[in-house]
Design a protein around this ligand. Structure first.
Ligand SMILES: Nc1nc2c(ncn2[C@@H]2O[C@H](COP(=O)(O)OP(=O)(O)O)[C@@H](O)[C@H]2O)c(=O)[nH]1
Ligand SMILES: [Mg+2]
Length: 386
């Protein structure tokens, strides 16, 4: 898309700068290398490999190292976070993967019915495997989750454990994999029981990134969806190391590792402005002004803010007369949207730059929690007809 190209390039370059300013790719440290090796060793030993991807970026969130293994009926592609992606696009992507002879399955890990459905599907697969391999000698099936950071592996593993355990009336203690909005929280391979008679165990693994990402579009998408986030720092460095950096170096050393929130938000707005999502917001009442003096932050206030943001974005796009395929016009619209959003978010900062950064952070947060529409950022290959 022409209108987003310059934002992708700008953001991609800044991500690149961040990774190149370090000796090698800073996220591919010894933790990740060791985890990657451990996962590699186990892949041939498990019965099923579930490659978890983000439904918003079905190709960009590929766990590329899996390409070293032959694809087989033991591999399933999980498109998680389907609640955040475009429903129609997810359907098309499912059809595409099937056509390519993969086994795809779209999931929302926060939804019980979605998990139950998947458990039934997996149990059918397990029965098939047993029938075909006559492996009645083993009573246990093992399933490993793999993928890049932040696609929801741990959330998915926990949901399977919780629901599988309930349906199997298991008495055992409920374990928990750590789910976190910060990429890189899972540091070890952890096993959780998800079914009994026959037993199925699932292995949750740490997220792995390729050592180098030098494609601007790819890194922009990973940054926007939250895989390459400033929080990745906490995975790479311990708290003590971070603290030391702050003391010994200067704060600038840390800032080097951060992606520009403003560029992220601009990229997001360029996607939103070219989509049809905002058209749904036409009916939102314009009377969103609420009592800012006595404002108490609660869910209701939050809802009001979300509605106000939607309304404001809708109004700016509708009133805009330029051509959004033209980059200059797109920049102009985004600037206008930032100006309006400062009022909506009630940002009163002295510096223009600081205010923009606050707006950007708030906007990204709303996008990542699905409150500003459903977008699938990867496009299907042109040759594919659904
Ligand atoms: N909306 C939505 N969020 C999800 C889903 N699955 C996981 N998340 C969120 O994504 C973030 C990363 O999840 P986590 O399980 O820690 O990812 P991991 O790094 O792959 O293990 C957390 O904030 C989760 O709550 C999903 O299906 N839908
Ligand atoms: Mg995890």
């Amino acid at each position: 898309m022409a209108g987003t190209a310059s934002f992708v390039e700008k953001l991609g370059n800044s991500v690149k700068k961040v990774s190149e300013s370090k000796s090698s790719s800073w996220w591919y440290n010894h933790h990740m290398r060791a985890a990657s090796r451990a996962i590699f060793q186990r892949i041939p030993l498990v019965d099923f490999v579930l490659e978890v991807r983000d439904a918003r970026i079905p190709v960009s969130s590929e766990y590329r190292q899996l390409r070293y293994f032959p694809s087989s009926s033991r591999n399933i592609i999980i498109l998680n976070k389907m609640d955040l992606a475009s429903h129609s696009k997810t359907k098309e992507w499912m059809a595409y993967f099937k056509e390519q002879n993969y086994i795809p399955y779209a999931i929302n890990s926060h939804n019980k019915d979605s998990i139950k459905e998947f458990l039934n599907f997996l149990q059918a697969k397990v029965r098939d495997l047993r029938r075909n391999t006559h492996s009645s000698n083993t009573l246990t099936t093992t399933v490993m989750l793999v993928g890049i950071p932040n696609v929801g592996k741990s959330a998915f593993a926990n949901a399977l454990h919780q629901i599988g355990r309930v349906t199997a009336a298991e008495k055992g203690k409920l374990k928990q994999a750590i789910v976190s909005p910060h990429p890189g929280e899972t540091k070890n391979i952890m096993s959780l029981k998800i079914a009994s008679h026959p037993n199925i165990y699932i292995f949750d693994t740490p997220g792995i990134l390729p050592p180098k990402i030098d494609d601007a579009e790819l890194s922009s998408k990973l940054a926007l969806t939250g895989t390459l986030d400033r929080e990745l720092l906490l995975y790479v460095f311990s708290i003590e190391q971070l603290f030391q950096k702050l003391v010994l170096d200067d704060a600038g050393a840390i800032a080097d590792y951060l992606f520009d929130q403003l560029e992220l938000a601009q990229y997001f707005l360029s996607v939103l402005n070219l989509s049809h999502e905002y058209k749904k917001w036409e009916k939102i009442s314009g009377e969103w002004e609420f009592d800012k003096e006595n404002q108490v932050m609660n869910d209701h206030t939050q809802d009001l803010v979300v509605q106000a943001v939607r309304r404001a974005l809708f109004e700016e796009i509708s009133a805009f007369k330029g051509n959004l395929e033209d980059e200059k016009d797109m920049v102009q619209l985004i600037e206008a949207q930032f100006t309006t959003l400062k009022k909506v978010f009630n940002v009163t900062s002295d510096s223009f730059e600081a205010a923009n950064n606050i707006v950007a952070a708030k906007l990204i947060n709303l996008y990542r929690t699905g409150r500003l529409g459903h977008y699938t950022l990867d496009s299907l290959p042109r040759t594919f007809k659904s």
